[in-house]
Design a binder for this molecule. Structure first.
Ligand SMILES: Cc1cc2nc3c(=O)[nH]c(=O)nc-3n(C[C@H](O)[C@H](O)[C@H](O)COP(=O)(O)O)c2cc1C
Length: 407
């Protein structure tokens, strides 16, 4: 059975998150001091060599991203922490921020030092006002203790739009504009917040940084899957015995997560499917349970590791009904900036609803599949590109459930 390995949650339950002395007492802020002694380029090399990849969804090498900002000359640079956590079923960032806020601040400050930024923002989900209080208390403490040096951190709150988790929509939102994605390139690393080089990383990504600087790239890259090393915090929901969170090395399998740590399907029922990565994640049938959870292995079966949300469904789950609700979610959350997403999410929900009500034909299902494939390629941002994944993967693995509902 897989065993938990706590790296980002190493201080969970061991320190009082609202006491900076506790964090300092377990070696906190020493990595920031070490980073300043190493020099900017060496810090970026260390992070790049650790092969830490983004924990927010896209899985990009963090050190490489920092390198873009480091190498772009500017009078001002920014560090932005993506704590929007809008993906239904995900709460890993909340766990990290509530229980070890200084670890996040230290990770951001190390990034600030490395790229030459003096200002950082944490963009926190609007539904987490109590987390914002924790963060502000920690920031005040760090400033009073002088540990951050000339690096300043400010918390900004989101207002409930899922698309604002997309990094460029998030940047627009911090700037005070409507949360809509920008065209890329230019990428934020080169031209981000107020047109300046900006590193945007997830809470979980920054939370890995202090320990990487402390223990080194070699140590970190030897943990878990070779191409996506380290650990991942999983949050389990749905028809599973243990509805909780775990931090596991990335070379465990979906079965380890659902049946090992999760204790299997509740009430003695049979397993039907699991959706990993949040609402935009693909559905995995029983035959793929032995797939490794790392970013690339998940991608290879049309699923995504994404935010680490794990939604388990038992034998009684009506998958067409689930997809009906998911497509409704995307229709609601589409920002409307690009036509393929604005129109596509609406039509997709219409068709799936029709199937769910027993009014659709086989041609309708084929049309929804074609629409999904077009959206994956034509939508401006990840919202529309990923929105068809639940439908396309359920059609691939559970098509008879759709056929059974045809009119
Ligand atoms: C619709 C949408 C929502 C997203 N929501 C989040 C989010 O809540 N948190 C997050 O870290 N990344 C989210 N992302 C991914 C970000 O765009 C970006 O890849 C991430 O912040 C980069 O940080 P990382 O490299 O550390 O993962 C979202 C992307 C899309 C398309």
């Amino acid at each position: 059975m897989a065993e938990e390995m706590r790296i980002v949650l190493r201080n969970y339950g061991k320190i009082d998150p609202l006491k900076i002395e506790d964090y300092i007492g377990v070696g906190g802020y020493q990595s920031l001091a070490k980073a300043r002694d190493m020099g900017q380029a060496a810090v970026i090399d260390e992070v790049r060599n650790s092969n830490l990849r983004g924990r927010g969804g896209a899985g990009f090498n963090a050190g490489m991203k920092w390198g873009f900002s480091y190498n772009t000359p500017a009078d001002q640079k920014y560090v932005v922490c993506n704590a929007d956590e809008g993906e239904p079923g995900t709460y890993k960032d909340r766990i990290i921020m509530q229980n070890d806020p200084h670890n996040l601040l230290e990770g951001m400050a190390i990034c600030g030092y490395a790229i030459g930024a003096t200002k950082g923002f944490i963009y926190c989900r609007g539904e987490y006002p109590y987390v914002v209080d924790v963060l502000n208390t920690a920031i005040d403490q760090a400033k009073a203790a002088g540990v951050l040096g000339d690096f300043d951190i400010e918390v900004r709150m989101g207002a409930g739009a899922y698309v604002c988790g997309e990094e460029t929509a998030l940047i627009e939102s911090i700037e005070g504009h409507r949360g809509e994605p920008r065209f890329k390139p230019p990428f934020p690393g080169v031209e981000g917040l107020w047109g300046k080089p900006t590193v945007v990383n997830n809470v979980g990504t920054f939370a890995n940084i202090p320990v990487i600087i402390d223990k080194g790239a070699e140590w970190y890259s030897s943990i878990g899957a070779a191409k996506y090393p380290g650990t991942k915090v999983f949050t389990l929901t749905g028809d599973v015995v243990n509805k909780t969170f775990f931090e596991l090395p990335t070379d465990v399998t979906v079965r380890d997560v659902v049946f090992g740590m999760g204790g299997g399907v509740k009430d003695g029922k049979k397993f039907k499917a699991v959706q990993i990565g949040g609402t935009s994640g693909g559905f995995i049938p029983e035959s793929l349970l032995d797939t490794q959870v790392d970013f690339d292995s998940m991608g290879a079966v049309g699923a995504t590791l994404g935010s680490g949300a794990v939604f388990v469904m038992d034998e009684d789950t009506d998958l067409v009904d689930v997809i009906d609700r998911i497509t409704k979610f995307f229709e609601h959350e589409s920002c409307g900036k690009c036509a393929p997403c604005r129109e596509g999410t609406k039509r997709m929900h219409e068709i799936v609803s029709k199937v769910n009500q027993g009014l659709a034909t086989a041609e309708d299902i084929e049309l929804s599949e074609r629409l999904g494939r077009v959206m994956t390629r034509a939508c401006l941002c990840g919202l529309g590109q990923a929105a068809p994944a639940p439908l396309l993967t359920t059609l691939a693995h559970f098509r008879p459930e759709f056929n059974a509902k045809l009119g």
